[in-house]
Ligand binder design. Structure first.
Ligand code: 3PG
Length: 215
């Protein structure tokens, strides 16, 4: 897959909802009800981080949920890419970008949101053909004002800011012309997942799904 085609694919995914839940799931039994709760709340795009032993099994379970678009987050190595794709991930997300990782995603035909936090990192990705990327860690890297500043010299790049995004600040990102969507873990807090409080997660998802891109 060419980088340009990967960016086209991730842009389509990012257009499906204003927020991508970033999920750290420890128990595969939580996978289906959690995905169903988020999809029911209007958040179909789900990023399952490869940070737990259960993550690949969780991706496989969530991929069975109707209406869900399930991807793998925290891709760090070519092996992560292969395992994520084999598990059923339809897109990938990485906190950064290395040539080895990008080549693995391209070879595996896995559309991926590579991470960038500076103008130089974004320019390197643009040079390779990527114009849709994750801005990480968003708040720690200057938040919405930093992204707004990048829009002037690099208007051709769209971002999905992630890291410290919440209901309180999501609008400040989503109102920017260079933000396609944002990612965040707040819609699936560990306490609610552990308690199996799926209705509460659906409510959080519903509120997040109603965030407007031009608020
Ligand atoms: C992550 O990779 O953990 C994401 O950046 C989520 O960050 P958040 O927990 O601040 O939403």
């Amino acid at each position: 897959m060419l980088p340009h085609d990967a960016s086209t694919a991730t842009k389509k995914i990012c257009a499906l909802a204003p927020i991508i839940p970033v999920l750290v799931v420890h128990d595969v039994a939580h996978a289906r009800p959690l995905a169903e709760a988020l999809v029911a709340g209007g958040l179909p795009v789900l990023e399952v981080t490869l940070r737990t032993e259960a993550a690949l099994a969780v991706i496989a379970e969530m991929a069975k949920v109707e209406g869900g678009v399930v991807g793998a987050g925290t891709l760090l190595t070519p092996d992560d890419v292969k395992r994520a794709k084999d598990a059923g991930a339809t897109f990938g997300v990485s906190p950064g970008a290395t040539d080895r990782l990008l080549s693995a995603c391209e070879d595996a035909h896995l559309p991926t949101l590579p991470g960038a936090a500076t103008a130089t990192e974004a320019m390197r990705l643009l040079e390779r053909g990527y114009d849709m990327m994750k801005f990480f860690p968003a708040e720690a890297s200057g938040g919405a004002p930093a992204l707004k500043s990048l829009a002037s010299p690099l208007p051709q790049i769209s971002f999905c800011p992630t890291g410290g995004v919440s209901m309180a600040n999501a609008r400040s990102y989503l109102s920017l012309p260079n933000v396609a969507c944002a990612g965040g873990s707040w819609v699936a807090p560990d306490a609610l997942v552990q308690a199996g409080d799926w209705p509460a997660i659906t409510e959080l998802a519903r509120a997040a799904s109603q965030l407007s891109r031009d608020a």
